[in-house]
Design a binder for this molecule. Structure first.
Ligand SMILES: NC(=O)c1ccc[n+]([C@@H]2O[C@H](COP(=O)([O-])OP(=O)(O)OC[C@H]3O[C@@H](n4cnc5c(N)ncnc54)[C@H](OP(=O)(O)O)[C@@H]3O)[C@@H](O)[C@H]2O)c1
Length: 305
């Protein structure tokens, strides 16, 4: 039987729900009684059990139209993206298709049903010459991935949709399905006695996924529009972050070898001195990222690491 409460439930569509961020968001919203949730992603089935799910390819406008028009969401959260930074250099058409045309398709139908669209972008819109960055700093992407993410932001901004852009960097946390995050990869590699080469010259503030989720929940609750930077509590090099992981989990730090980004010969250039200043989110959303060691403790418990 339909209860009167069902009429005031917020209808939330998560796009990219099987991704690292998407699956965690899905778990959170699934537990909220006041939300009617539809998860959608590129795979045939949802990784998270018990959720209403539709397979979606956001590059196909007709598919996007059907799903959005059928569900008629109040809020669309787009976490779907082609996130292989080096892959974006060689697969430019695919990267633009997913990261820009896909967003244009979503905004087109978000506009038609007057939905609030929340879109996830990246610190890779900056060149990393002079970070960390505020929302007011000048963008200048140095990779094709970064260019597509910037274009995705502009697509949402220019669409007329009530929209929120969140830039984040180096996500890690207790995602249970799919490829391991950086922390899990480091822990597994060191436990297996493998040496790992980690860059000393890429600086940012790694973001615990659940901190980002808490920011998104507030943006939904407070119906906040605009641009927000969401990152972790500390700015540090990837090498130092890795040492902190090894310290916390009691692993052999001698297996962690320092290397410079240039020595890796990657296809895509990386922003080096990056990171995102979160003062705006702190003051407007009450955003409060956890201490790094607290996030490791939470991962240890939840993933049995
Ligand atoms: N991870 C980070 O460190 C980081 C840092 C800064 C910003 N971000 C941004 O944060 C967001 C979430 O990142 P994430 O790490 O959770 O990404 P992710 O794990 O790669 O997840 C992205 C999801 O999008 C799906 N997808 C790809 N193409 C699609 C399409 N055409 N239609 C529908 N779904 C499609 C992917 O499916 P398949 O896996 O099957 O392709 C995957 O499930 C992205 O916008 C990313 O740019 C991430």
């Amino acid at each position: 039987m339909i209860s009167p409460k069902d009429f005031i439930k917020k209808r939330i569509l998560i796009v990219g729900s099987n991704g690292m961020l998407g699956q965690r968001l899905t778990e959170y919203f699934l537990a909220k009684e006041e939300v009617e949730l539809l998860a959608s992603s590129a795979e045939d089935e949802s990784f998270i059990p018990g959720v209403a799910f539709r397979k979606i390819d956001i590059t196909h406008k007709e598919e996007v139209k059907k799903i959005i028009n059928d569900f008629y969401p109040d809020v669309i959260i787009n976490t779907a993206a082609y996130t292989n930074v080096d892959g974006c250099e060689s697969n430019r058409e695919l990267a633009w298709g997913v990261n820009v045309t896909g967003v244009a398709n979503l905004t087109h139908y978000a506009w038609a049903c007057d939905a609030h669209m929340i879109h996830i972008s990246s610190d890779y819109v900056f060149d990393g010459e002079n970070g960390p960055y505020t929302e007011n700093d000048m963008v200048h992407p140095v990779s094709y991935y970064g260019r597509t993410k910037l274009a995705s932001e502009n697509t949402l901004r220019g669409s007329g949709v009530f929209g929120t852009i969140i830039r984040t960097n180096v996500l890690y946390g207790p995602a249970k399905y799919g490829r391991p995050d950086f922390v899990k990869w480091v822990v597994n590699s060191l436990r297996e006695g493998k040496t790992i080469r980690i860059v000393t010259d890429q600086i940012n503030n790694p973001t615990y996924i659940d901190d980002l989720v808490s920011a998104i929940l507030r943006i939904v609750d407070y119906t906040k529009e605009g641009l927000y930077h969401i990152g972790g509590k500390e700015f540090l090099s990837r090498f130092d972050f890795t040492l902190r992981i090894a310290d916390f989990f009691g692993l052999d730090k001698n297996l962690i070898l320092p290397i410079k980004t240039a020595e890796l010969n990657q296809a895509a250039k990386r922003p080096l001195k990056s990171g995102l200043i979160t003062l705006k989110a702190e003051s407007e959303l009450g955003y409060s990222p956890r201490e790094i060691e607290e996030t490791f403790q939470l991962m240890k418990i939840e993933l049995n690491l």
